[in-house]
Write a protein that binds this ligand. Sequence first.
Ligand SMILES: [Zn+2]
Ligand SMILES: [Zn+2]
Length: 317
Amino acid sequence: MEPSPELDHALALVRRWHDQRPGRRRMLDRDEIRSVRVLGPVQVRLRTLHEDRFYDFEEGPAPEDDSPVEAEPEDPWGVTLDDVELSAMVQDAEEQRTRWPELPAIVRPCSHCEGEGTVRCHTCGGDGIVDIAGCGECGGGGKVPCRDCRGTARRKVRVRIRRRFRFDEATRIHEDESDEVGPHVLLHLVDHPTPGEVFHEQDAPRIQRYAGKGSGTSYREAATPMAATIEKLLKDAQPEQGEHIAHQWLSVTRIPVYALELSRGRTAYVYGDPPKVSPPGLLRPSWLVLVPLLAAMALLAGAAFTFFWLVARAKGQ
Ligand SMILES: [Zn+2]
Ligand SMILES: [Zn+2]
């Protein structure tokens, strides 16, 4: 086809793709390309960090002083905690992360003696009598001081909150700013978020509504279908039972895709950085096509050899 900046750009991308694995990828020839179309699918990506919280109590020794018993805290969400380094958590893209912030310790009734301070004497089984004599261990009372709380009936309890974070990501592709793309080759992009021209970015502890639509930001008036997709993504990002949303990030990006029309109605899509070509098998070097053929021939030759060898052996006997 006639030279054009689009063609040059697309060929440069194919060249870079080819050079990553020159032995297994065929470079496209300029003459093979009949036309170039530049598509600009728009990727909507919503990333959500979910959090769930539980109290974790760890009973320790008796308190040093005579501080009184306190009620156990109940609502882990009512506590103000230090901010976690959210962005690091997302960039690492680990699916789950757990933090254990420590709260001030509390004093709770001892669980061993159930807050009594004494337990049943083991020597006399609580009767106070051993062999018709008074029990020497408990002095006949049938009870001895609890060893765990040293008879104070109270224990110091370490209080931590287990914060478990779960990250998830939802992506939608629009062919342009209007229609959402159905089953399509470009859906490859869903699993391979590629850098592109960023239209809109938004983040908040919880995104209530898409601020790009007609808000006078860098993003121009979004077509209604895309805004609807975004609103639906936001609505669908519901926390599971017991979870809260810790933070959300929304981005709307245009990803340039070159559609190269080849002979026999074939189309190669080139996109991304590092560049990818879709469908991946389209530009296979010709020697790779020969591999199955050569393998079949070798198999046939082997079978024929075995056959003649068996015949010759049968004749020899
Ligand atoms: Zn005790
Ligand atoms: Zn006793």
